[in-house]
Design a binder for this molecule. Structure first.
Ligand code: ZN
Length: 143
């Protein structure tokens, strides 16, 4: 997980966000995301999610976490937030995960992996810069 977070940091998402539970005046508890720079407690719906990298533990469900690259709407802080998902996720983590504004198609970052990361199995990106073979070319002339 550290490697994933570091990859996002190197891509400019160097800040930190934290999931917190905030008790509202009416007594209900809501999940909020606190920005590590401006300390705003943010409604997760205001957070822009650029990329999410899920990490699944080999056998332990408690290891199922997602690293999300996000941007603060108040101070424009780019950073990462780590949330648990799956059976061990807290209510707050689950709420944040579904509430964030999904902007993964904005091409800021790869949508489902850390920048520069190579996924072992799936070749995520279709298209892009594939080397065009043989421009021009030497035609073999048959005489
Ligand atoms: Zn902020």
């Amino acid at each position: 997980m550290t490697a994933v977070v570091n990859a996002y940091r190197e891509a400019g998402f160097a800040g930190d966000f934290a999931v917190e539970e905030a008790t509202q005046p009416d007594g209900t508890v809501r999940a909020v995301v606190r920005c590590g720079r401006c300390a705003s407690s943010l409604d997760p719906q205001r957070i822009t999610m650029h990329s999410i990298r899920r990490l699944e533990g080999a056998s332990d469900p408690a290891d199922m976490v997602a690293v999300i690259a996000a941007t603060c709407p108040v101070c424009a802080n780019d950073g990462t937030v780590v949330v648990a998902f799956g059976p061990m996720a807290s209510a707050a983590d689950s709420a944040v995960l579904v509430a964030m504004r999904d902007e993964r198609d904005d091409e800021v970052l790869p949508p489902a992996m850390a920048p520069g990361e190579r996924s072992p199995g799936a070749t995520g990106h279709v298209g892009g810069a594939t080397g065009t073979a043989h421009t021009g070319g030497s035609n073999t002339e048959t005489s």
